[in-house]
Design a binder for this molecule. Structure first.
Ligand SMILES: *Cc1c(COP(=O)(O)O)cnc(C)c1O
Length: 231
C-alpha cells in the first residue's frame, strides 16, 4: 500500500510540475511519519523515500537510531526552546522557526556543536488563531534578525495552510508565501536564501506545487489516516 501511495503522490507532483512548467527536480516529497510505527517508515524508505517529517522531538529521537542513517529528518512541528538541544546536529532542517528566541536557541546550540543548522521561517499566512508562525508582515524582520545569528542559515519559508475540503481555496495562501519569499529575496539579506518553500499537505500539495513549493509534506496520503487528532 505504502509503495503504491508514494507512486501516486509522485505522479501527482510530476503532473503538477508539468502544468506549471516547473522542473520536476525542484520539488521533493517529505513523508510525514508522525504517530506511525518504524516498520511503516522502513517500507517508505524501501520504496525510495529519504526525507521524513516528524513533529515531536521525542518521537524523532526514538525513530532516528533504528532507521537507516542516510535519512534526512525534517522537524516540522512546533519546537520548544528546551528541546532544541536534542535535535541540533541531527536533523536536516527545522521548518518551524517562528520566533527570534527560538532562532537564538538554535544558534546557541549550533555554535556549541560547531554545526550549521538549516532553518525555515514558519509563516501563518492565513492568520489562523490555532496556528503557530509569524505574520507575513513580521517575516522580513525575523529573517533579518535570524540571519545575523551564527550557526544557522535561513533557507526559506514554511506554511501550514488551513484545513479545507476545497483545496483550491488554499491557492491564495501558497501564492502569498511565494510572493513573500520573492520580496525577502529581493532585499538581498546576507545569509538569507529563499530557495526553499515548504508548503502543501495531503489535501492540497498539487496546488502548492503549481504555486512554487519545493518541499511538500505528505502524511495521510502515504501512510493513511492517523488515529486521533494529532496536529
Ligand atoms: C501532520 C503534518 C503534515 C501532513 O499532514 P497530512 O494532511 O497528513 O498530509 C504536514 N505538515 C505538518 C506541519 C504536519 O504537522
Amino acid at each position: 500500500m505504502i509503495r503504491e501511495n508514494i507512486e501516486f503522490v509522485e505522479k501527482e507532483i510530476t503532473e503538477a510540475c508539468s502544468r506549471a512548467e516547473r522542473d520536476r527536480n525542484q520539488v521533493s516529497l517529505i513523508a510525514v511519519s508522525k504517530t506511525k510505527p518504524v516498520g511503516m517508515l522502513q517500507e517508505a524508505y524501501d520504496a525510495g523515500i529519504r526525507d521524513f517529517g516528524e513533529n515531536r522531538v521525542q518521537e524523532l529521537m526514538e525513530k532516528m537510531p533504528v532507521l537507516p542513517a542516510d535519512i534526512r529528518w525534517h522537524m516540522i512541528g512546533h519546537l520548544q526552546r528546551n528541546k532544541v538541544k536534542y535535535i541540533v546536529g541531527k536533523v536536516w532542517m527545522i521548518h518551524s522557526v517562528d520566533s527570534l528566541e527560538l532562532a537564538e536557541e538554535i544558534s546557541k546550540e549550533a555554535v556549541k556543536k560547531q554545526v550549521t543548522v538549516r532553518i525555515l521561517l514558519e509563516v501563518n499566512v492565513a492568520e489562523e488563531e490555532s496556528k503557530f508562525g509569524v505574520t507575513v508582515q513580521e517575516a522580513l524582520r525575523l529573517a533579518e534578525a535570524a540571519a545575523k545569528l551564527p550557526g544557522i542559515r535561513v533557507e526559506g519559508l514554511m506554511t501550514i495552510a488551513p484545513y479545507t475540503e476545497v483545496p483550491e481555496e488554499n491557492r491564495i495562501y501558497f501564492q502569498r508565501l511565494k510572493q513573500l519569499s520573492v520580496d525577502i529575496y529581493d532585499k538581498n539579506i546576507d545569509n538569507v536564501n529563499m530557495n526553499v518553500l515548504s508548503m502543501g499537505m495531503t489535501g492540497d500539495y498539487s496546488i502548492a506545487v503549481e504555486e512554487g513549493a519545493t518541499y511538500v509534506r505528505v502524511g495521510t496520503g502515504i501512510f493513511g489516516e492517523r488515529k486521533g487528532m494529532v496536529v
